[in-house]
Design a protein around this ligand. Structure first.
Ligand code: 13P
Length: 255
């Protein structure tokens, strides 16, 4: 299985800045066949960057898109419009769940729309700090997983990636704290067991990524957590040498 290193740039970089950063990244990054490097720039930068990116080295992801292909949906951009421009799409990120009020039903439609348009959805799930404190982590994870995958049939499952991002570990969250590898291991075990309950043994092949305050110093520890196949990186993906270091850690740890 490949190791995925996905950089979520969130709402950062103008189109010009994104293009310069991508240029530098393509020059600086090593090309490892077994490490799939993906970056998720702002929607507005995707089209120009798709002409600039070397797809042998790196792929592009959308941070979001709309679930209907066309129609009267003012301000939206669809997965159908992104087809051919991106290979992946982040779906259900906690910032969209809690700031933009996306629910599991909408997220499920987005996951299905991505697959329908040959874009691999990276479905983000994760509990908040208070849900963890109240002992609700397992329920939240199961609900977000069954909710987000409710329109994914058995034959679509190999097109899906799951990212476990505990909201309390995301660097921009107030009082964020980095997750301990054994805390991650426990939830990833639960994710994998739930997937097998839902889909049977084929679910063992679904890549599961971890995200939340990933840095070059902890990337190795997180990538060696059993069941983790890659990392979803926020803040550190905006800093060229840190993101390149994380790619190098991935190669070292996995070979
Ligand atoms: P940080 O790496 O900045 O904690 O962000 C994680 C994240 O939300 C990636 O999607």
């Amino acid at each position: 299985m490949k190791t995925y290193i996905v950089g979520n740039w969130k709402l950062n970089f103008t189109v010009g800045e994104a293009s310069i950063y991508l240029h530098k990244l393509l020059k600086a990054m090593p090309n490892y066949r077994d490490v799939e490097v993906v970056v998720a720039p702002s929607l507005i930068a995707l089209q120009p960057l798709s002409l600039q990116v070397d797809r042998h080295k790196m792929k592009l992801a959308a941070q979001n898109a709309f679930y209907r292909d066309t129609g009267a949906f003012t301000g939206e951009v669809s997965f159908a419009q992104l087809r051919g421009i991106v290979d992946y799409a982040i779906v259900g990120h906690s910032e969209r769940r809690y700031i933009l009020r996306e629910d599991d039903k909408m997220i499920a439609k987005k996951v299905a729309a991505a697959v329908r348009n040959k874009i691999t959805p990276i479905l983000c799930i994760g509990e908040t700090e208070s849900e963890r404190a109240f002992g609700e982590t397992a329920d939240v994870i199961r609900d977000q997983l069954t909710g987000g995958l409710s329109e994914v049939s058995d034959d679509m499952l190999d097109k899906v990636i799951i990212a476990y991002e505990p909201v309390w570990a995301i660097s921009s969250t107030k009082a964020a704290k980095a997750a301990a590898p054994d805390e991650i291991a426990e939830v990833v075990r639960l994710i994998r067991a739930s997937l097998v309950d839902m889909y049977g043994a084929v679910a063992e092949r679904v890549p599961v990524l971890f995200g939340g305050s990933v840095k070059p110093v902890n990337a190795g520890a997180y990538l060696t957590v059993p069941g983790v196949d890659g990392l979803l990186v926020g803040g550190s993906s905006l800093i060229l040498n840190e993101f390149v270091d994380i790619i190098e850690v991935a190669k070292r740890v996995r070979s």
